[in-house]
Design a protein around this ligand. Structure first.
Ligand code: NAD
Length: 321
């Protein structure tokens, strides 16, 4: 069995490899070659922790396994550790033997940023120039860095409820040589692409904040009750997702579907666009929206790629197990 510790991931796995792994597995899901298992998420009644498993099997990539982990809200203060903790376990599909244990923390950020990047590449207008960020926390910096590689953006605008966090994303824009402007939410009308990545339970982005032709990647809502954008914006948009079953239950689409403003049948898998079985954006005026709920197969895809890279570079730790 192979171990790839968390500390090695940063040097092994880049945005390009993450993008390729996630795009490939989204395609496999839409082709019916890969599926996610039901998600388990439990409040364990200790350390205020939420803990769970996300697993799946990708027959095309021959990847079987699960990500185990969750959220320990007191980690930083009490233990000096980050609050989100996860580990990926991979198994040999032919035998069920354990193949690898891989640190999952950085991989989660890379695979989540890769998902919105895949959506921007396949759904945003080719001439998109202004990218708008709603959110400026830990994930937002990864999201922006990856998104900037998908189009010839010339400007970054950003809004965050807690304004003191905006320098996080301003720094990414500056590193990329782009001007950054802090805006109020109505200022988002200037954006051609918008990423929402907050932990909000109330909508921030309203339909009137979004111009025709914009692509929106909603990445923060991954739990029942969370919400980042208004339901009438979901109703107005052509909605794509990683997995329809998750989008309508715990993704950004959950509220619009519950209100009867969008039906499950209206929501398409992004993998269909990747595979060419759905045309994607229909016109330059259409608002497209990617509901990125986060599926276990994304974690397995990037973890499997990391294992291959670690073996190639001779830094995989092999144990007799
Ligand atoms: P973080 O704690 O670092 O940042 C939270 C962000 O949400 C900040 O920008 C904060 O200002 C903002 N925020 C908090 N309350 C808000 C409110 N009421 N209204 C508007 N904004 C508010 O968190 P993070 O690690 O950046 O994660 C952000 C979100 O992304 C979380 O909800 C997390 O669960 C989700 N997430 C999703 C996926 C996925 O695959 N879709 C993967 C990882 C994380």
């Amino acid at each position: 069995m192979i171990i790839v510790p968390e500390r090695e991931i940063g040097a092994l796995m880049g945005r390009k490899e993450s993008y390729q792994a996630v795009e490939r597995v989204f395609a496999a899901m839409a082709a019916g070659d890969a599926y996610n298992f039901p998600v388990v998420r439990e409040a364990i009644g200790h350390a205020d922790a939420l803990y769970g498993f996300k697993g799946g099997f990708d027959r095309a990539g021959m990847t079987l396994g699960l990500k185990a982990g969750g959220y320990w809200p007191n980690n930083l203060e009490a233990h000096g550790l980050i609050n989100h903790q996860s580990t990926v376990f991979l198994f040999e599909p032919d035998t069920g033997r354990a193949r690898a244990v891989v640190g999952g923390n950085l991989l989660t950020a890379l695979r989540t940023a890769a998902a919105s990047s895949v959506s921007i590449n396949h759904l945003a207008r080719k001439d998109a120039k202004v990218i708008g960020m709603v959110g400026a926390g830990h994930q937002a910096t990864f999201q922006l860095r990856a998104a900037l590689e998908q189009r010839g953006f010339g400007k970054v605008i950003g809004w965050n409820l807690h304004r003191e966090m905006l320098p996080n994303i301003e720094k990414v824009a500056t590193e990329a040589g782009l001007p950054f402007e802090a805006v109020d939410l109505p200022g988002m009308v200037e954006a051609d692409v918008i990423i929402t990545i907050t932990s909000s339970f109330e909508p921030s982005l309203m339909s009137e904040h979004v111009s025709d032709g914009t692509h929106i990647a909603c990445m923060g809502t991954d739990t029942i009750g969370k919400q980042e954008v208004a339901t009438d914006l979901i109703a107005r948009a052509s909605v794509f997702t990683d997995e329809v079953a998750q989008a309508v239950t715990l993704g950004e689409s959950q509220h619009a579907v519950a209100a009867g403003l969008k039906s499950e049948a209206d929501i398409r898998q992004i993998g269909e666009v990747i595979n060419g079985t759905h045309p994607g954006r229909a016109s330059d005026n259409e608002v497209t929206l990617f509901d990125g709920t986060g599926v276990g197969l994304q974690d397995l895809a990037v973890a499997s790629a990391v294992v291959d890279l670690a073996v190639q570079q001779g830094i995989a730790i092999e144990v007799d197990f």
